[in-house]
Design a protein around this ligand. Structure first.
Ligand code: UDP
Length: 237
């Protein structure tokens, strides 16, 4: 295996599957199976999941809800997704712990770095819910920060496209895919990979990011084995 410890970032929207809202149980099952293949090879796995399929803080402002209130609603949305994912992973025979950025004592543990690392060492999959626990952040920033804190070797950002393109491949058919990119190049070309906070955290801490298509079967395990899947963003090229 190429990696010993990974942080997998899944967007909330990816959980919708073909639906326009909420959680698709087939998609959850599919993700659980893909994650299990990697777990069975002994890789330590932490997961950050978004909440965009349920609620985003920026949406709230349009409806008259205060931004900070909206962000907390978004964090709670990520927790709902995290609980669904936890359940799917457990149904597929994996051991898990859910750690939250905000205190929700009846449901999950608070995030404590040393404890998270201990869970990983014991072979449990750790899901980080409720983001960092602060408004004005995203789950991409959470993924970068937690990955650095737990000393993951890479952030694997699962999306519905198979990497970073010169332009949006869903809009521009002439767009071509990058196999590798440096952080600097991604800045200069204004490629929208993660929000700036998330991106800068990775760059400053020398943490590579791989953007890949999580919906393609076997992609995650192939990546863990060291195959060139998606786009790798690193400090040096
Ligand atoms: N959020 C937040 N702080 C965090 C993480 C998330 O305030 O540390 C809120 C924010 O409003 C965000 C929402 O939770 O819009 C859902 O997360 P995100 O948009 O990152 O989900 P994704 O796009 O990955 O589905």
């Amino acid at each position: 295996m190429k990696y010993k410890r990974i942080l997998l970032k899944l967007s909330g929207e990816s959980l919708m599957g073909k639906n326009s809202y909420g959680i698709d149980p087939n998609r959850l099952q599919q993700y659980a199976e893909e994650i299990k293949k990697v777990k069975e090879q002994g890789v330590e796995i932490a997961i950050v999941i978004g909440g965009g399929n349920i609620f985003r803080g920026v949406q709230a402002e349009k409806t008259g809800i205060d931004r900070v209130q909206g962000d907390y609603m978004g964090m709670l949305a990520t927790l709902i997704n995290a609980m669904a994912l936890q359940s799917a992973l457990e149904q597929n025979g994996m051991f898990t712990r859910l750690m939250s950025g905000i205190k929700v004592e009846s449901v999950c543990e608070p995030f404590i770095r040393r404890r998270a690392i201990r869970h990983l060492e014991k072979g449990r999959i750790v899901i980080f819910g409720a983001g960092i626990g602060n408004p004005y952040f995203t789950t991409d920033s959470t993924a970068s920060l937690r990955a650095i804190e737990i000393e993951a070797q890479v952030v694997l950002k699962g999306t519905r496209v198979d990497g970073v393109y010169t332009a949006d491949p869903e809009k521009d058919p002439s767009a071509t895919k990058y196999n590798t990119l440096s952080f600097q190049e991604a800045y200069e070309k204004n490629l929208n990979i993660m929000d700036m906070t998330a991106f800068t955290l990775c760059q400053e801490n020398n943490l590579p990011i791989v953007v890949f298509d999580m919906n393609k079967s076997e992609n995650l395990i192939k990546l863990a084995q060291g195959e060139d899947i998606g786009t790798l963003i690193t400090t040096i090229q």
